[in-house]
Write a protein that binds this ligand. Structure first.
Ligand code: UD1
Ligand code: UDP
Length: 370
């Protein structure tokens, strides 16, 4: 078989974390010529991840602007991606997830008639506007993809319901668990002044639909929780988006038991998850990782496209509502039995071999067509 050029596109922190195992696995294959395209929809946070996994991008579009708007970002991405596809003519493009980078790359592939593989395909809430714009991004990317790498049986079923050919769907598990296991083995130091003798609550929040009043309401809940529990430490690595950073710092910076940090590199964030007693988050990736580490998660959203861990009882939706946050978190801090029931250590999203399954599926397909 002649070598196949596979262009792996990454734009944001979670895409890079979840694509890294695929890039590294493909690089070990003699038949694959791997090219990495960083759109840099995120600049610092993308570089942080790529560096952590020892990946250097072959092409960098450097599209990020401060407080970027979706339409302008999409336009920059589409024009840049189109040029790269014309120059590189890859045999396949791989995109991950539901970001503007993933959708723009899918559309650019359609325009340039380049086959597309979608990693983490089939997640759905069923509400096109929620989460915004991610649900629309992933629905549209699926419509344009030739390969669908579904992390769970539920994701595969969602694709089948939308009429995707069963022969084009591969059930792989989520590559985030591959990344987590690769990283957890390296045991980074957390430092940041966290006292190992005190319980730690880890917090992240960055969703676009929570900007404004919902994020202020989340912060109100966090503030009350921290004031009620002076013996508990809170660590919040704050997303650099000004819509998040300014609100969070204004609401929480004065609390003595709240550490507001810069985004942590992945190894340190994994160390923070391992050290945590409880995690409060609106992140998609953290909902997938924390159950595998046996950490209870309260999700600061009203819905999720990741229902498997909720069904297992190890993740709970509490919404962006102060009272719900305080009540649920306080119960887990006070009631050891309730905490144990949510700290069982289940991994409904993967077994650490998702990248291997993606590589095998691609090899099988290229070999059949050779
Ligand atoms: C994006 C994704 C979201 C994903 C999230 C992961 C879209 C529409 N949204 O949202 O699905 O969950 O990434 O974190 O694709 N910024 C920096 N430095 C960085 C990264 C971001 O300063 O390294 C700031 C910039 O001001 C930038 C802003 O954050 O304009 C927003 O970045 P953007 O990628 O548009 O949105 P996110 O909210 O990060
Ligand atoms: N993460 C990280 N450093 C941090 C916060 C999160 O490395 O300070 C990791 C986390 O472990 C997960 C990913 O970033 O793998 C999730 O990214 P994010 O929450 O930004 O996006 P989402 O998953 O919601 O799209």
């Amino acid at each position: 078989m002649t070598p196949k050029t596979i262009l792996c596109v990454v734009g944001t922190r979670p895409e890079a974390i979840k694509m890294a195992p695929v890039i590294l696995a493909l690089r070990a294959e003699p038949w694959a010529r791997v090219r990495v395209l960083a759109t840099a929809q995120h600049r610092a946070m993308l570089d942080q991840v790529l560096q952590g996994f020892g990946i250097v991008a072959d092409v960098d579009l450097d599209v990020m602007r401060p407080n970027q708007a979706l339409s302008a970002l999409t336009a920059r991405l589409l024009c840049g991606l189109d040029e790269v596809l014309k120059a590189e003519r890859p045999d396949l493009v791989l995109v991950q997830g539901d970001t503007t980078t993933a959708l723009s790359a899918a559309l650019a592939c359609f325009y340039q008639n380049v086959p597309l593989g979608h990693v983490e395909a089939g997640l759905r809430t069923g509400d096109l506007r929620n989460p915004f714009p991610e649900e629309a991004n992933r629905v549209l990317a699926a419509r344009l993809a030739s390969w669908h790498f579904a992390p769970t049986a539920g994701a595969r079923d969602n694709l089948l319901r939308e009429g995707v050919d069963a022969g084009r769907i591969v059930l792989t598990g989520n590559t985030v668990i591959d990344a987590l296991l690769m990283t957890a083995a390296s045991a980074a130091e957390l430092d940041l002044g966290v006292d190992p003798a005190r319980r730690l609550v880890l917090v992240t929040s960055h969703r676009r639909e929570n900007f404004g009043a919902p994020l202020r309401e989340i912060c109100r809940g966090l503030r009350e929780l921290a004031q009620r529990n002076p013996d508990v430490q809170f660590l919040f690595p704050v997303h650099p988006n000004p819509n998040v950073r300014d609100v969070v710092h204004q609401a929480l910076a004065d609390l003595p038991n709240f550490i507001l940090s810069e985004p942590l590199d992945y190894a340190r964030f994994v160390a923070a998850m391992r050290a945590a007693h409880l995690i409060l988050t609106d992140s998609g990736g953290v909902q997938e990782e924390a159950p595998a580490l046996g950490k209870p998660v309260l999700v600061l959203r009203d819905e999720t496209e990741r229902p498997e861990a909720v069904a297992e009882g190890v993740v709970k939706l509490v919404g962006p509502h102060a009272q719900g946050i305080v009540d649920h978190a306080q119960r887990l801090l006070d009631d050891a039995q309730a905490w144990r029931e949510m700290a069982r250590g289940v991994s409904p999203y993967g077994d650490g071999r998702a990248a291997e399954r993606i590589v095998q599926a691609l090899l099988g397909d290229f070999a059949r067509c050779a």
